[in-house]
Design a protein around this ligand. Structure first.
Ligand code: AMP
Ligand code: MG
Length: 471
């Protein structure tokens, strides 16, 4: 098949030069079986016309894409992991396969996971488990459906190897994933150049990010440019974290190598969705202190931004950087209110205080009642317009008492947003589409036992219905 007219390769990262990445050779796998291809994401970058055979050639064998004038590049970065600095990071099992423009002109990366060893693999095998790949597909689809600014899992191909992992019954199956993401330049990419005290490297990265992701800053000079970039990243990060909070998403590993310059959510490992409102809910089994618990995600975002600011100190006055970071807390508060009201299908009220008071009362009710997180938002979508559904549904016995009454009264002051959405058949279902850990394990089980993908595909189509209902 010829490539679609929307295919516009535009490799830009390679121009930063040798200090930023290393050319690598992809692994060759014993077998390749396509298990997931996101046609909608593919269409956004002109890849939808590929046959499955061509798809596997490019995203399993990593045959170069036409006019993609770059080799596979393992990106160099460092980062703080659980608050300790690790200068041994970098793309250890992935690479930048190419960059292309989407139909709106945004520059998107094709980034791999599980594509083989690189100079940054340390003791690792450079591989991804099939379960890890399935989990990344699910997280990205669910977050996208809920309107979170997320990377897309473009392709997942099973690769026929047997892997040994501590956190999965082993041997376990292997896969290679390709994601579509609006930049893989991480906070840790800057930190690496700061570690080597390379002002030049930091300058080059700042120029790169402004030119490609924040071009309105091109007219700024000197320190205002650098501080302006930091402020943009701070606001974008605030919005991303706020949308996780409304979604009930716990990323799990909020290290500085897992946050990028566009504030796009990515790298889904041990993530979980909240079962109930619980600030201490933690996703990763190895996060023993709960550092990245649900309620601590906003603080983790800020802490990471401070590390980015530290790296930028080499080329910018501290006061200007401190000022830039001050944008984070108010941007987060505003974005969080917006995200929760959106999740409830409500308009952002003209009296900002109304929204804030209603949300405070809502959290109090949710935490004390132990209502299912997703169930609650499902029941009260568009506010009081859902009242008869909510009071007839499976959680009706929870919707009473003082905490409920306080919240309910405040809810009445806020208008629904696009009420017609309630007519979607999705809202006739008593239960919401959700992805809590028991569901994820339950859909993995038949794949592991008998290669039965029925439950996985059913979940993907349920998520599509959710996305459609919320649109
Ligand atoms: P993550 O926690 O997925 O963000 O990964 C942290 C670091 O470990 C990154 O530098 C990865 O490339 C590296 N890494 C994770 N798993 C592997 C693996 N199986 N082989 C090589 N490197 C890995
Ligand atoms: Mg990572």
């Amino acid at each position: 098949m010829p490539f679609s007219p929307h295919y516009r390769p535009d490799p830009q990262f390679v121009a930063l030069g040798q200090a930023f990445s290393d050319p690598v050779t992809p692994a060759s796998f014993p077998s390749l079986r396509l298990v997931w291809r996101d046609q909608e994401a593919a269409a956004s970058v002109g890849l939808e016309t590929l046959t499955d055979v061509e798809w596997i050639d490019h995203f399993g064998r990593f045959q170069a894409l036409p006019d993609m004038a770059q080799p596979p590049l393992a990106m160099r970065y460092h980062g703080h992991q659980f608050r300790s600095y690790n200068p041994q990071l970098g793309d250890g099992r992935g690479f930048l396969f190419g960059q292309l423009r989407d139909q709106s002109g945004r520059l998107l990366d094709l980034g791999t996971k599980g594509s083989g060893q690189t100079p940054w693999s340390r003791q690792g095998d450079g591989r991804l488990t099939l379960k890890g790949g399935v989990r990344e597909v699910l997280a990205a689809r669910m977050l996208q459906a809920q309107g979170v600014n997320t990377s897309k899992a473009l392709s997942l191909i099973e690769t026929g190897e047997a892997l040994v992992r501590q956190d999965e019954p082993s041997p376990t199956r292997s896969a290679v994933l390709v994601r579509l993401q609006h930049s893989h330049v991480r906070f840790g990419t800057f930190q690496r150049h700061a570690y080597f005290e390379s002002k030049e490297g930091i300058e080059a990265l700042v120029d790169h990010c402004i030119a490609l992701y924040y071009p309105h800053l091109l007219s700024f000079d000197g320190e205002a440019r650098v501080a302006g970039l930091l402020q943009e990243i701070a606001v974008a990060t605030a919005k991303m974290v706020a949308s996780w909070m409304a979604s009930g998403f716990v990323h799990g590993v909020l290290n500085t190598d897992n946050m990028n310059v566009t504030g796009e959510s990515f790298d889904y490992g041990p993530w979980r969705f909240l079962p109930v409102a619980d600030g201490n809910f933690t996703a990763a089994y190895f996060d023993q202190t709960g550092l990245y618990a649900y309620g601590r995600q906003p603080e983790a975002g800020l802490w990471n931004l401070k590390q980015l600011a530290c790296a930028l100190k080499f080329i910018c006055d501290v006061e200007a950087l401190t000022q830039a970071i001050r944008a984070y807390p108010p941007a987060f508060e505003e974005a969080q209110k917006h995200a929760f009201l959106t999740r409830l299908g409500l308009q952002v009220p003209s009296q900002a205080a109304d929204g804030a008071a209603m949300l405070d009362a809502m959290f109090a009710f949710m935490a004390r009642s132990g209502v299912s997180w997703d169930g609650f938002f499902h029941d009260w979508f568009c506010g009081l317009a859902s009242q008869s559904r909510a009071l007839a549904g499976p959680r009706r016995y929870l919707y009473a008492g003082k905490d409920f009454d306080v919240w309910h009264r405040l809810l009445g002051r806020i208008e629904p947003d696009r009420l017609g959405r309630l007519a979607h058949p999705y809202f006739e279902q008593p239960e919401p589409v959700s992805l809590d850990i028991t569901e994820v394990e339950a859909l993995w089980e038949p794949i592991a036992q008998r290669d039965d993908w029925t439950a996985f595909h059913a979940k993907i189509s349920d998520i599509a219905a959710l996305e459609d209902a919320l649109r």
